[in-house]
Design a binder for this molecule. Sequence first.
Ligand code: HEM
Length: 179
Amino acid sequence: MKGIVFSEFLELVEDKFGLETVEQIIKECDLATGGSYTSIGTYDHKEMFEMVGVLSDIQNIPVQQLLEIYGEHFFTILAKGYPQFLEKNDLFSFLNSIDNYIHPEVLKLYPDAELPKFDAAMNNDKTEMMLVYRSSRKMSSFAIGLLKGAATFYNQETNISKIKEENNGEIVTIKITLV
Ligand code: HEM
């Protein structure tokens, strides 16, 4: 997983919970990296779960909730860094472009990026989208956070929920309803 995912996480932790929490996480985790990441480096995504796990114990906030909060924040980082990927006019057109445009372009930029697959299907009057997330990294809560971040960016009120989990979280069906 790209270093930007880790370094932005530790920056957010420092902002929200202070430097001492970052230091405690790095001390309590057995990180091969020692907690220092370069944004374009590539690291084991398990280090992410280890750090979120310790933060969850410290702050008594469930891991999935923390991943969602971080996903929503990470979207603002992506939006600032890659405005060219957010030129679609509305939320659903944007979400439809993740798998056939955005992530493939990311792969050209970072050939060793580990990206999830998304299958999108909309209902007839385009008020609801089913998004099937597929990834061996099981970060569907991070995906839901990114989706919430995208909805805020497009100023679109939505209900976003996980409606089915398969293969122990490798395949997750997410329903997005426009409100
Ligand atoms: C709402 C839209 C998006 C969703 C739901 C989404 C979802 C995800 C998820 C869940 C991951 C974590 C890896 C995994 O689960 O296997 C990921 C990684 C990533 N995404 Fe997206 N993404 C979105 C938009 C974007 C945009 C606009 C960019 C712009 C550059 C982007 C770039 C990346 C990058 C660089 C990674 C890290 C890959 C790595 O660490 O190897 N994504 N995305």
